[in-house]
Design a protein around this ligand. Structure first.
Ligand SMILES: Cc1cc2nc3c(=O)[nH]c(=O)nc-3n(C[C@H](O)[C@H](O)[C@H](O)COP(=O)(O)OP(=O)(O)OC[C@H]3O[C@@H](n4cnc5c(N)ncnc54)[C@H](O)[C@@H]3O)c2cc1C
Length: 423
């Protein structure tokens, strides 16, 4: 079933100025561009929001039948994120909907505390649920953007003047540009750049996230329990007395499974967590009932090119990193830079895509660099390594080291110089 959300205020066509420069930026000069974005999570709606500000006509196609909820809290940190989100007009709204995660405690199987992790280690300047962020950007764009849910690109054929697109459900259409913002396992990337086995680096762990009743009575705090090769985190981010979020991480060889088959994914997680102590039985019961399961490999995307002709990759599709790689912050900055470069180039995709690729590549790499250890850190492979990890947590929890750790992540999050864009 496809559900079309046609724009209430179609954007008028604007003339393109001849020679826009950074000193003399073009006004809303993308009125001649028809852009198709694949994926409506974070990167897709963020790009849509920036493009419509510049006058472009935007269609977003999303495979899911409706905007997807769920996902853990994501955070923003440093002046680059602040500048981008302020320019996009959503900084205050993110604060209005923010979560407030406090201390996280590593616990033994009987629930007794082993070591505390201070809040500043885990969160950025502001934190919001991924689903709330997606919803917020969707609300801000739905009047101007055509959202098509329950459909997917079937084929893409580029020529000198545009891209012919066929869809699994809808009628074929032609666009000026196509942007793949369809995540770690991007379908657009597979169609245009080749199979994901060339680009996806697997980090020996899987992660599952879902909601769980807040039966531990947590109030903006979290608990972590690790057994060799397995870990469970239960966290209450927003003070809801009834709900908490669960995150299960396990070490594994690479698995082959159907990503559309949620029941099969639940079975995999349940098998891997059989006999897990602490809250194991309650977690498995909540997993069985979950209607918002997020399950994926802990992996990173490394492509040689982010652009090919009139097609570009954005967010996780081009430079994703599951857990800790600030994927959401990089996606939002990438969307801002991509639309901004198109405006500076007066819609000339060759110039704009080349600039986008150059500017975002190193920034994204810097953020990916600090993320590779999430799996072994949460789920060390042996009891001895778990004890070593806890010792390290104790040291990290000391104020000066916490500040150092925070600085390191902030350095990655601010590792890009933003140009003046004509927003
Ligand atoms: C429901 C959900 C829960 C998540 N939870 C977590 C989490 O707990 N921890 C974590 O580290 N990361 C999580 N992520 C990933 C996180 O959102 C991203 O790392 C980051 O925000 C960058 O976002 P993105 O928009 O580039 O990619 P994603 O957020 O992965 O979004 C990709 C979007 O593209 C859509 N899509 C996929 N294939 C197609 C297709 N063929 N056609 C059209 N659309 C398609 C997907 O349904 C999705 O909406 C989650 C993502 C989703 C969608």
């Amino acid at each position: 079933m496809t559900q079309n959300r046609t724009p209430k205020n179609p954007t008028p066509k604007n003339p393109t100025p001849k020679n826009p420069t950074p000193e003399n930026p073009a006004p809303k000069n993308l009125g001649h561009l028809d852009v198709l974005i694949s994926g409506a999570s974070v990167a897709g709606p963020a790009l849509a929001l920036n493009l419509v500000r510049l006058g472009a006509r935007v269609t977003v196609v999303e495979k899911a039948p409706e905007l997807r909820g769920g996902g853990f809290a994501v955070d923003f940190r440093g002046h680059v994120h602040r500048t981008v989100l302020t320019s996009m007009g959503i900084w205050d709204e993110i604060h209005a909907r923010q979560t407030h995660m406090g201390r996280q405690t590593v616990v033994a199987a009987d629930g007794s505390p082993r070591v505390d992790l201070p809040a500043e280690l885990m969160s950025g300047d502001v934190e919001i649920f991924r689903g709330d962020l997606a919803q917020l950007m969707f609300e801000r764009t739905e009047a101007d953007v055509e959202y098509v849910f329950g459909d997917s690109i079937a084929s893409l054929t580029q020529d000198a003047d545009g891209v012919d697109v066929t869809f699994e459900q809808g009628a074929p259409r032609r666009f000026d540009l196509v942007i793949g913002a369809d995540g770690l396992h991007s379908h657009t990337r597979r169609l245009v750049f080749g199979d994901e086995s060339r680009y996806l680096r697997f980090f020996d762990h899987y992660v599952a996230g879902f909601d769980i009743p807040n039966h531990l009575g947590l109030d903006r705090t979290g608990r972590v329990h690790s057994e060799p090769g397995r870990a469970a985190v239960i966290g209450n981010y927003d003070g809801d007395p009834h709900r908490a979020g669960a995150l299960l991480v396990f070490r594994s060889e690479e698995l082959s499974y159907d990503r559309r088959d949620v029941t099969a994914q639940k079975r995999i997680v349940a098998e891997r967590f059989a006999g897990f102590g602490w809250e194991g039985p309650a977690l498995l019961k909540a997993l069985e009932e979950a209607d918002d399961l997020y399950f994926d490999a802990i992996a990173q995307v490394h492509v040689d090119r982010l652009v090919k002709g009139r097609v570009a990759l954005l967010g996780d599709a081009g430079y994703g990193a599951t857990m800790g790689g600030m994927g959401t912050g990089v996606a939002v900055v990438g969307a801002y830079v991509l639309a901004g470069e198109l405006a500076l180039a007066g819609g000339d995709h060759r110039t704009a895509f080349a600039e986008y690729e150059t500017r975002i590549r190193d920034f994204a790499k810097g953020c990916q660099k600090i993320s590779g250890n999430a799996g072994p850190f949460l789920a060390p492979p042996t009891e001895r390594r778990i004890r070593n990890r806890d010792r390290m947590y104790r040291i990290l929890g000391s104020r000066p080291l916490a500040r150092f750790f925070k600085k390191m992540t902030e350095k990655a999050a601010t590792g890009i110089e933003l140009r003046e864009y004509p927003y």
